[in-house]
Design a protein around this ligand. Structure first.
Ligand code: DNO
Length: 358
């Protein structure tokens, strides 16, 4: 397991790169060019600038999260070919810069969805919260409320990205899950050969939460659908970001079984916990196994058992110790998360080396 840490760039993040380097066992950043809109071709100079910044702090840039997919590609509009051509050029440049994994998602309009950014927990920390009934709210109202809560919003919810909300909803009105599958297959047929040539593994992120929100189709939701995705283009460069917190919101998702089944197609793992309330609501918790409903110890064991050599990162953290940070993306709780993951990992390695009774 090769540990990375998500970083939003010098102008967008509260955390200096040298601090990331000091988290034990952390070797690289999961990064993006956040100032570019989905569909734009990434300039080589900007890619190399991030590479240099990271290298100065002793970190690598092997994992990009994300190169966002333009809505016209998800919608299957004729204009998609132009955006796909840009996407391919970006893949090639990232390959030249030494990138190994590109995380992306195929969620219509929204990326991950929460209804509250700072829900108070029993210990006084705050965390991101998803309340199912509020998803019936008018989407525009939710976006406004979420973005009012914090100057730094959730990734994927940037006001400029969601500015054309009603037009986008209109465009998706007759788009079914099967249309989305079809458009994803078209996209993969175009980009996977380019990724393969560039030494890059594409890693699709599951939908978060893994069910339809606001009536929009969502397809990266469970084991059968992940299997279908891998079969759409059967090549190691067509892979998955195995995100325990996203898939774990649905109690029927057996994440440990997925790690075993898809073991050679998981270039990137997001490992985090949530507590489910049984009615679809969930709150993000510390990474510790007993703090939430997701079996983090079992998940790390499954990764250890398959000899996982891919990249991982802790996922969202709570906001603790009065840290002022991007929602879910502070330093302290994610660093604690990494230590929980390494603690488990080292424990399993010890048992493997010395046997359970030593
Ligand atoms: C949330 C993240 C997602 C993820 C994208 C990948 O914090 O896990 O925003 O980066 O869905 O494209």
């Amino acid at each position: 397991m090769r540990m990375t840490f998500r970083w939003f760039g010098e102008d967008n993040d509260t955390i200096p790169l040298p601090h990331i380097r000091q988290i034990p066992g952390t070797e690289g950043i999961a990064w993006s060019l956040h100032h570019l809109a989905a569909g734009e071709e990434w300039p080589m100079e900007s890619i190399l600038e991030v590479k240099e910044q990271a290298a100065r702090a002793g970190l690598h840039i092997d994992v990009v999260e994300s190169v966002n997919v333009h809505e016209d590609i998800k919608l299957g509009l004729p204009s998609r070919d132009n955006y796909i051509a840009n996407y391919k050029r970006t893949i090639r440049k990232l390959g030249q810069a030494g990138v190994k994994v590109i995380c992306y998602n195929f969620m219509p309009i929204f990326d991950w969805t929460r209804t509250e950014l700072r829900k108070e927990l029993e210990d006084g920390a705050t965390a991101l919260f998803f309340e199912n009934s509020r998803i019936d709210d008018e989407p525009a109202l939710l976006v406004e409320r979420i973005n009012k809560d914090s100057a730094l919003t959730m990734p994927g919810w940037e006001p400029e990205r969601l500015r054309h909300l009603s037009r986008l909803f209109e465009a998706y009105r007759n788009v079914t899950e099967e249309h989305l599958w079809h458009n994803l297959a078209y996209f993969l047929r175009e980009i996977i050969p380019v990724a393969a040539e560039s030494g890059i593994r594409m890693a699709i992120h599951p939908d978060d939460p893994p069910w339809s929100v606001f009536g929009l189709p969502r397809i990266m939701t469970n084991r059968d659908n992940l299997r279908r995705l891998l079969e759409l283009y059967d090549h190691p460069s067509n892979g998955i970001t195995l995100c325990s917190g996203s898939l774990g919101a649905n109690p029927h998702n057996d994440i440990i079984a997925m790690i075993h089944e898809f073991s050679d197609r998981i270039p990137f793992a997001h490992i985090r916990n949530i507590r489910r309330f049984g009615n679809g609501d969930f709150v993000e918790t510390s990474h510790r196994t007993m703090d939430g409903s997701v079996d983090i110890a079992g998940i790390v064991k499954a990764f250890h058992d398959i000899g996982f050599e891919g990249y991982a990162r802790p996922d969202h953290g709570r906001h603790i110790w009065d840290e002022q940070c991007r929602p879910g993306y502070g330093l302290y709780d994610r660093a604690l998360g990494i230590m929980h993951l390494w603690g488990l990992w080292d424990g399993y390695a010890y048992v493997r080396a010395h046997g359970e009774s030593s």
